[in-house]
Design a protein around this ligand. Sequence first.
Ligand code: LMR
Length: 393
Amino acid sequence: MFGKLTAPAPDKILALSGLYRADTRDTKIDLGVGVYKDAKGQTPIMTAIAKAEKLVHETETTKSYASLIGQPDFHAAMAQMVLGADYPAERLSFLSTVGGTGACRQAFELARLANPDCTVWVSDPTWPNHLAILDFMQMPRKSYRYFDNASRSVDFDAMIADIKQAKPGDIVLLHGCCHNPTGANLTLEQWAIVAKTLLANGATAMIDLAYQGFGDGLADDAAGTRLMAEQMPELLIAASCSKNFGIYRERTGLLMVLTDATAQEATQGNLGKLNRLAYSFPPFHGQALVAKVLTDSSLRKEWQDELEAVRNGMLGLREQLASELRQLSNSDRFDFLAQHRGMFSRLGATEEQVLKMRADNAIYMVGDSRLNIAGLNSTTVPLLAKAIIDAGV
Ligand code: LMR
């Protein structure tokens, strides 16, 4: 039976990590997978997480099963972090998931359960795994224009013209902040127009929020999501704790579904069933760590301070890279790097130029020229800037 299988095309982001590891040049620079690295190239355990881990370990008395839908303290703390203190509890259903990827997958499953004909509208470009999951599930998808390659900014008129075509029962997938892979984000005014557009055509928004705290700060990064939650009758939110809590391998994610209060019970029931059918109980440990950090005022402060340092570090690297490139190119055509937010920017290099930088300079960025700013430090920024110019970008 298994002889009939053909090997799948490798995931481009994960395959790049393999190529990077195999490169023996000691000057190599990894700007691929979306993992935060400090100036020494390490992905440290955040100090608040390390302390929470100790506390959880000391107070844990059993490893028996916990809740199928996840832990209520984790849900409440996350709802508050994402939606603010006055989140509408009576309209929300929760599902703790295996990371943010799991939250996206379960959101698509729920949408298909509610409407078997659901088409999912995704930004062009989007995180490649959105596309891969939808195709694997054989869910119809359409792209809406998002990124203007010439200005490296959001092509908002085109986006609105396209999402206008979505129908009731369709999902329009948006990136809450720190758009992956482009780094180009909507302003709050633009979020309001997106909300108005979807209210008019009756399509349901889904927000993938994987980088809250990495762009303009915890509250600002959630501003678009909060606006949508205030205005839309229904909303799916897939939140990841991998990056902002630095707990990638704990696989901690949360799907929140906003519905009419009368639909909450059935929605919550279906969410629990989706976990039961996929893997039964979601991972517990990461939920416990996040709940502890968010509800203990001193740990929370420590975590927020560290997250701010991470965010400001990335902003500093963006400024430095834009300024190096301003000098080397004698132009302001790379200034978008300082305006983008989050871990990623799409440089706008051709695949050939990306491969040239890999061959000549051992610089690893994804083939679409997405670069992970956090893979840099103040010493490697000038090397990257020179490589970009040498490659003819
Ligand atoms: C990325 O886009 O690099 C991250 O979200 C990691 C992943 O799973 O692809």
